[in-house]
Design a binder for this molecule. Structure first.
Ligand code: GRF
Length: 191
């Protein structure tokens, strides 16, 4: 039975693009829905380009009409929710409806540089500011405490003297694009 993914994102959608491409023609897993809280997010255009159903969900809908969002996911027979640069907190009702089936990617080696305010460029700026010598990605399950769910995978990259937040972000994106689809596949097939 093909497992169906919904990808939630708020940005460019480069991770979503990699995931969609990776699972194209895959008999076990398919991307069946893309969701964004930003009406003109790149991730929605990527879904349209790949002819994947996609919806805009406002922050208010997500937080105050969570049951409607859950209904939408059930209507699309979604089995797993993938957070790829989704900047809103996932309501507890949604976490409960998809227990151990929501996977997030974070652009640092959690628990370091996680939690409130630590997203996107802010993470890389803090790491450069603190003269860290390495950074990386964390792929983890989402639970009520958000960035504290079970870690599925981490990959490390060096932070060199001449790195700035931009060059570090590029290194992190390379790791994300290389590992996120495969970690999703391994987790789902391993259940
Ligand atoms: C990624 O860096 C991811 O780690 C973070 O948000 C960014 C999403 O980038 N959660 P994109 O929209 O997939 O290009």
């Amino acid at each position: 039975m093909t497992k169906k993914l919904a990808i939630f994102g708020s940005g460019r959608g480069s991770n979503a693009e990699k995931i969609i491409t990776y699972f194209t023609d895959n008999v076990n897993i398919e991307v069946a829905l893309v969701v964004s809280n930003i009406t003109d997010a790149g991730i929605l255009s990527i879904a349209a380009d790949h002819k994947i159903p996609h919806v805009y969900i406002s922050k208010k809908d997500l937080q105050e009409n969570t049951s409607v969002v859950i209904e939408l996911l059930k209507k699309h027979e979604i089995d797993f929710v993938i957070l790829a640069g989704f900047l809103l907190l996932i309501p507890e009702a949604l976490i409960a409806a998809f227990e151990n089936k929501i996977i997030n990617i974070h652009p640092s080696l959690l628990p370091a540089y996680g939690g409130k305010g630590m997203y996107g460029g802010h993470v890389h700026e803090a790491i450069i500011q603190n003269k860290e010598t390495q950074s990386g990605i964390t792929i983890h399950l989402v639970n009520k405490e958000y960035d504290k769910g079970e870690i599925l995978y981490q990959a490390i990259c060096p932070v060199e003297k001449n790195d700035d937040a931009m060059s570090l972000a590029q290194k992190i994106h390379v790791l994300e694009h290389r590992y996120f689809p495969n970690v999703i596949e391994n987790y789902i097939l391993g259940l």
